[in-house]
Design a protein around this ligand. Sequence first.
Ligand code: SF4
Length: 61
Amino acid sequence: MSVELESTLCVSAAECIKAAPGAFAQDENGIAHVTDPSAASDDALRLAEALCPAMAIRLVD
Ligand code: SF4
């Protein structure tokens, strides 16, 4: 599963990082980016997508 993250939408809530540690990281401004989707389970990635308040995360099968 691949993960797309539209960083221009990110509001730095960090829900993605809590839901799927290792798959996402934040830069010094709190903006998230994808690091290694294989570091998290598909369920964790789906949770990150669901919890992101900015709907910035999209999973692609
Ligand atoms: S959960 Fe969404 S808004 Fe929050 S850091 Fe992750 S991508 Fe950004």
